[in-house]
Write a protein that binds this ligand. Structure first.
Ligand SMILES: [Zn+2]
Length: 337
């Protein structure tokens, strides 16, 4: 197999290994260097292979913190099968505290399945596709809202008509077990370039989660992420003896197409008139756009386009045309699994 990325971890070996993926990189100040991505494999006999990733966006912190804890503490005797831990899925973005890679400005969660001979971010996606998704029985990808988004803690699962019904059921079950208050079922609008979308399309039961927001991290958000992740790891069978606390029943929702999003109609200051969790109606005022270059003009009302619940919103007051201001979810029936 041709792959530009290499590792000092042997993914087929028993036991506990902590090491790195190495992405060759030849910038102006380093002719023959690499970018290390810390990773671990904890493997103990037969059982499920579970891949757990965080930091695919470099401004989302709960996932990397919880995965690093597991990397430090788990021993092979805790594991049945194999747990692959990648707390810094996008190490360059993580180091910079940015959503996208400062090297090539790509969003790792929009380039799957990647390209061995593409940009650095595409090469990482390719390695993960080839080495991890080829052996995974479950995939868990921990996100947060990042520096620009307020969002309700939630699970995201891909449940699209064209998918294997068994995978759809397995994804739904993972969301129930994850046990946070909201689950968003998504079809990715047919776009499978996210890690979770691509893994689901390959038939791997997959859950992505949004567990923090705003580019900060709190004891509460880390604890919620830790508890939900342990519930899910126990469910997969890879940590059969781990102690867990019960989750909460999840409310099933979806983002019902483009009308669920509110975008800025022009550059300016957005005066927000809603809070996370508010019930909203189509036609309701979402806020006012103040045109910073045209103070003589009255502010422009921005309206919601659909009924539902306020799920996420941008947190900046100074926005440009097209910037996301709000996302509305609608409730859907609890799926069977
Ligand atoms: Zn993210």
């Amino acid at each position: 197999m041709t792959t530009t990325v290499f590792s000092d971890i042997d993914w087929t070996r028993e036991g506990r290994q902590v090491g790195s993926l190495f992405l060759p990189h030849s910038p102006d100040d380093d002719a023959w260097g690499v970018i290390p991505f810390r990773a671990a494999s904890i493997r103990n006999g037969e059982g499920p292979v579970v891949v757990l990733t965080g930091g695919v966006h470099g401004d989302e912190y709960e996932g990397p913190i919880v995965i690093a804890e597991l990397l430090r503490t788990l021993q092979p005797s805790d594991v049945r099968g194999q747990l692959i831990l990648l707390p810094g899925f996008n190490a360059p973005a993580q180091r910079a505290g940015r959503r996208t890679s400062p090297i090539d400005h790509l969003n790792l969660n929009r380039v799957f399945p990647g390209d061995d001979f593409g940009a650095p971010t595409e090469q990482i996606a390719r390695y993960v596709s080839d080495q991890f998704f080829s052996r995974a029985d479950f995939f868990i990808d921990l996100h947060a809202g990042g520096r620009t988004l307020f969002i309700q803690p939630s699970a995201h699962v891909v449940m699209a008509d064209e998918m294997d019904p068994a995978v759809v059921r397995a994804n739904a079950k993972m969301a129930e077990v994850f046990g946070v208050g909201i689950t968003v079922q998504t079809s990715n609008m047919g776009d499978y370039r996210t890690a979770a979308g691509y893994a689901s399309k390959k038939g791997i039961p997959t859950l992505a989660a949004e567990m923090g927001q705003g580019g900060w991290v709190t004891g509460a958000s880390v604890q919620a992420t830790r508890e939900a992740t342990l519930r899910l790891l126990r469910h997969t069978g890879v940590l059969p003896g781990v102690a867990t606390v019960p989750g909460v029943p999840t409310r099933w929702t979806r983002i019902a197409g483009p009308q669920a999003y509110v975008f800025a109609p022009c550059d300016g200051y957005f005066e927000r008139r809603f809070e996370l969790g508010d019930p909203v109606r189509a036609g309701q005022l979402a806020g006012l756009m103040h045109q910073l270059a045209r103070p003589e003009l009255a502010p422009e009302p921005v309206l919601f386009q659909s009924d539902g619940t306020l799920y996420a919103h941008g947190l900046l007051g100074h926005v440009r045309a097209g910037q996301n201001l709000a996302v509305v979810t609608e409730d859907v029936p609890t799926p069977s699994y």
